[in-house]
Design a protein around this ligand. Structure first.
Ligand SMILES: [Zn+2]
Length: 620
């Protein structure tokens, strides 16, 4: 080997080493920005703009153009291993930190697709290829310092390890953002008419969906802080490096899903209960959930617990307590003989193309419509209430069928102007609250009292098979903040939407609504028990739906955006429980449920129950 070859071999080894080192450190992820410019992320933490110089442009001019100042020339030079001069056609790096604000915005926009436009926070979705990105680094880019990572983590209810996973959506609250990002957020909606007019996105999807809450969720109690008293004698509290947790000791006959997931975490739907039980088993190192000794401790991390089970000094528990105390001050004082002057809005869940829960051909939509009709018929026969329904089944109208098993139908329409033949479940859910709000406003013009309207949405759910009976959802004060409205022609073409396209509720309205709704829920469920109808044993009145550990709990749309203060979503039984399902397919059960509903409403307005037995005007 002569000296020239030896030197060449040396170069090859060196280049090989460099390539290996780069690969070991992680790849560079690039996004095209157009005009020859590229956003590049190296090792999950070094973000650059790569740009070619203009013809004849020196380092100083190049720096000035892309950073707005000469001062960054040294940083730019170092980032490119101090080039003696810039070559045309070659891209040179400019570190993200020194870029002009406009270019920073462009680089972030290209690197992180923005899944939702919010006025209170910048939202980024972590791309699938970003494996080494830390919350600290993300915080540096968008807020100017990594030290905001904890606040961002808390705002997003993240785990203590603050780890980011591909697909995760992270919200950076507005007050932390760098000014450029703050300024780029959409303005919070103020003028409903103007916003609705051009609120259509290119995809035809409504863009004015759920506006953000007006305040961030309360912060979590940091690990190591003294933990207050347990509000429930079954739970004790402790903490370790992974954070705070509650401990429940299994009692005889306890299963993980019913004793812990349904009771303390608050999930009820079959799929989600099983998923959370599995997550809990993994956390606790439980291999076999069917073989757990009595007394076995089960750790439940604080972020999974319902707020009412947290220690008395936990901020989330304190917020919950404050709202409960405030809402409990409200109770219905209206007394209405024979429900004179009362408007009852009855909403049968689902319908049309949306059959709701479907168990072996038994459609929720068809059976709850029948219960709604029976309640309507009883109210019209025995009271003076003004009864309004949100839907009609064109196949049979409003006549009650005197049979156990009901024929299926897809001909339900929401009774807006013009009516909406139900094709899309979401659209129909939103049109129902627009319709209810419109009818409520009309009723209040005469009644002069918003407590003289009640709204009741009737459903039959598909829960974990162990659960039986009725359950009610009421609006949570803390989860009904913000301003809401829908856009798109399916909405804007309806009279009820045009009348008032957007809704929002003050804190006083929300607490009053929760208080009144809880009172009606209590009356309804007492009535169910008096009529020997099953009611959930654990927490039959709920103010939120829990889907998974990291999902935000929510209130069903038909209740959440509804301007009727007294409003409920009633699950009359669990169609995933064989006993409940068999009962639902009998007219006697459905008639009993309808009677219990009417008696509950009568009780709410201080009236005696219906005389027994009540004849229902069955169709011939
Ligand atoms: Zn339903």
């Amino acid at each position: 080997m002569d000296i020239r070859n030896r030197r060449a071999a040396g170069w090859i080894v060196l280049v090989g080493l460099l390539l290996t080192a780069t690969a070991a450190l992680g790849e560079t992820i690039r996004r095209n920005l157009g005009e020859g410019q590229v956003a590049a992320l190296v090792d999950g933490k070094h973000l650059h703009l790569e740009a070619p110089p203009l013809r004849g442009e020196g380092l100083l001019a190049f720096t000035r153009r892309l950073t707005g100042t000469d001062e960054a020339a040294r940083a730019v030079s170092q980032a490119n291993r101090r080039p003696r001069r810039l070559l045309s056609g070659v891209r040179y790096r400019v570190p993200y930190e020194v870029l002009t604000p406009d270019l920073q915005l462009k680089v972030i926009g290209a690197m992180f697709p923005e899944p939702q436009r919010r006025s209170d926070a910048w939202s980024v979705k972590i791309p699938g290829s970003f494996r080494d990105l830390s919350l600290w680094t993300l915080s540096e880019w968008l807020t100017g310092t990594g030290t905001h990572f904890q606040e961002i983590g808390t705002f997003n209810r993240m785990n203590r390890d603050y780890g980011l996973v591909p697909g995760q959506v992270v919200l950076i609250p507005k007050h932390l953002l760098l000014p450029t990002f703050q300024a780029a957020l959409p303005a919070p909606p103020q003028e409903p008419q103007a916003q609705i007019a051009d609120g259509q996105s290119p995809q035809g999807e409504p863009t004015l969906d759920d506006e953000p809450d007006d305040e961030p969720p309360p912060v979590a109690l940091p690990p190591g802080a003294p933990l207050g008293a347990s509000p429930d004698h079954r739970l004790t509290f402790d903490s370790d490096a992974s954070g705070n947790y509650a401990v429940y000791r299994l009692e005889r006959g306890d299963a993980l899903y019913s004793a812990v997931v349904v009771r303390f975490i608050g999930a009820v739907r079959a799929k989600e209960v099983n998923q959370l039980a599995k997550e809990l088993a993994d956390l606790n190192g439980i291999r076999d959930v069917t073989d757990m000794p009595v007394g076995q401790p089960v750790r439940i991390p604080f972020d999974m617990l319902l707020p009412e089970f947290l220690p008395t000094n936990d901020p989330r528990r304190q917020e919950w307590e404050k709202n409960r105390a405030a809402s409990a001050q409200y109770s219905n004082t209206v007394r209405a003989s024979r429900l004179e002057g009362i408007t009852v809005i009855l909403d049968a869940g689902h319908g049309g193309e949306d059959s709701g829960t479907n168990h072996q051909g038994t459609w929720e939509s068809v059976y709850v419509y029948d219960v709604m009709l029976r309640a309507k018929s009883l109210l019209e026969a025995a009271t003076a209430a003004d009864v309004i329904t949100t839907t009609i089944d064109d196949a049979k109208g409003f006549s009650v069928l005197d049979r156990d098993e009901l024929p299926r139908s897809r001909r339900h329409r929401v009774l807006t102007h013009p009516p909406y033949p139900i094709r899309d479940a979401r659209v129909s859910a939103h049109l129902r609250w627009y319709l209810a709000n419109s009818r409520h406003r009309k009723a209040v013009k005469t009644s002069r009292d918003s407590a003289k309207t009640v709204f009741l949405s009737i459903h039959a759910d598909s829960l974990h098979h162990s659960l039986r009976g009725a359950m009610v959802y009421v609006p949570s004060t803390s989860l009904t903040k913000g301003t809401f409205g829908k856009s798109g022609s399916v909405y804007s073409s309806r009279r009820e939407v045009k009348e008032r396209p957007r809704v929002s509720f003050s804190w006083k309205e929300r607490t009053r609504s929760e208080g009144l709704s809880r009172q009606l829920a209590t009356k309804l469920l007492s009535s169910f028990k008096r009529h020997s109808l099953a009611v959930h044993r654990e927490k039959p009145i709920r103010d939120r739906i829990i889907r998974c550990r990291r999902c935000r709990p929510f209130v069903p749309a038909v209740v959440r955006y509804n301007e009727v203060p007294t409003k409920l979503l009633l699950e009359i039984c669990n169609m995933n429980n064989p006993n409940d399902r068999a009962l639902l397919r009998t007219k006697a059960f459905r008639q009993r449920v309808a009677t219990a509903i009417v008696d509950g409403i009568l009780d709410y307005y201080g009236q005696p129950a219906l005389p027994k037995p009540v004849q229902v005007a069955d169709s011939p």
